[in-house]
Design a binder for this molecule. Structure first.
Ligand code: UD1
Length: 372
């Protein structure tokens, strides 16, 4: 049997968790040959290699090595490098995930060569085009041949944009597959002990969005709020490279490192970060994936953004949007009153990779059939 080659585009930290369960599911299928294409958008050991290790992924089969740059530079470099790969070895399907620059760039390169593209985590919209990710989502969804959505709002957004119903398939949330796949290893970690903090007695902080960390006045206000909150609840803050660079440049890094009630760390590997998340009293973040993981785990989440492309985490889950100057009050509210009732959205069940594998099989068979 000639196997069908399926490119899985990996690029940046949140994408590795999304391709891992799919890679493992496809590897078990006799008809499928999953090929990991790392664009190199993230390259630090803690932002990339360590994730491959934790997620039991092999080294990438193809590495485009594009690195950092402006949006146009990064997007252009991925397009040029991926087009070369596509011309050498044309896959039966390219799977892109999430909403980073590499997702859009790989989609553009593949679609222009007539290679079929599937988008995992399709249909999410913040309706805020000042976010680079929103542009990446819109472009990717408008070109993809298969759109796998995590929740019903995704289906509705795509239909409103005129995407044909037959291209849309609700498969659920792949991040929950990664979490459940590694739960035993995550639970074995002893990160609280290593950091000398008490389980369920600290807040976990992650911030990296340009809107929060690129403007010195906003960064200052957030830093001051964190110091103030830490007087009520100890904070643990693994700092993203973008954020660290800006904190160091503005001189605010010392406000955090000098504060005895804030534990600052380098970006943590997946199993260690998730172990902290399992044990957190609450989370303060601007990440997309963490809004979902906290909803699934029933942990209060304060999202430092004016909007979210994941409204289901607010309607059904544990998430609340807040501003730099009000999140201190929100923390007090949660500490005093706990959370409103919440539940886990439909199909966030750890079985998403299986549904996608079936979908790919059906799509590829349809492409092969003489009538298509
Ligand atoms: C990117 C994604 C964002 C995602 C985030 C997760 C886009 C537009 N943004 O943002 O959606 O939520 O990844 O982390 O695609 N850097 C390092 N080491 C690395 C990677 C980056 O030091 O391994 C530094 C570089 O200075 C780089 C900066 O971080 O310029 C930003 O990296 P980049 O990939 O451009 O964007 P992120 O902020 O990580």
């Amino acid at each position: 049997m000639i196997k069908k080659s399926i490119h899985l585009i990996a690029a940046a930290r949140p994408n590795f968790m999304k391709i891992a369960p799919l890679y493992h599911a496809l590897s078990k299928e006799p008809w499928a040959e999953p090929i990991i294409v790392h664009t190199g958008q993230h390259y630090d050991v803690n932002m990339s290699d360590a994730f491959f290790n934790d997620l039991n992924l092999p080294d990438p089969h193809i590495n485009l090595g594009v690195g950092s740059g402006t949006h146009a530079e990064q997007t252009g470099r991925v397009m040029i490098a991926y087009e070369k790969e596509l011309l050498k070895n044309r896959p039966d399907l390219t799977v892109v995930v999430g909403d980073v620059n590499s997702t859009m760039a790989a989609t553009l390169a593949a679609a222009k060569l007539g290679v079929k593209v599937a988008h995992l985590e399709a249909g999410l919209r913040s309706f805020d085009r000042s976010m680079p990710e929103e542009i990446n989502r819109i472009v990717t969804d408008s070109l993809a041949d298969i759109l796998w959505t995590p929740s019903i709002d995704g289906d509705e957004n795509l239909k409103k944009e005129g995407i044909a119903q037959e291209k849309i398939e609700r498969v659920g949330n792949i991040m929950i597959d990664s979490l459940e796949m590694l739960r035993p290893v995550i639970e074995k970690q002893k990160v609280c002990k290593e950091l000398n903090i008490k389980p369920k007695n600290f807040g976990l902080v992650t911030l990296h969005r340009p809107s929060n960390v690129d403007k010195p006045d906003v960064l200052k206000s957030i830093t001051q709020s964190l110091v103030q909150i830490s007087e009520k609840l100890h904070l643990v803050f693994p700092i993203h490279p973008r954020t660290r660079k800006n904190l160091a440049q503005t001189g605010y890094l010392e406000l955090l490192t000098d504060c005895s009630t804030i534990t600052v760390t380098v970006p943590l590997i997946y199993i260690k970060f998730m172990n902290l998340l399992f044990n957190a009293r609450l989370v303060i973040t601007d990440s997309g994936g963490i809004q979902e993981e906290t909803t699934y785990l029933g942990i209060p989440c304060l999202t430092l953004r004016p909007n979210t492309e994941r409204p289901i985490t607010i309607n059904q889950g544990t998430n609340r949007l807040c501003k730099a100057d009000t999140f201190s009050i929100e923390v007090t509210n949660i500490l005093n009153n706990g959370l409103l009732p919440h539940n886990i959205p439909e199909l966030w069940d750890g079985a998403t990779a299986g549904r996608i594998t079936k979908s790919i099989n059906g799509f590829i068979n349809q492409q092969d059939s003489p009538e298509s």
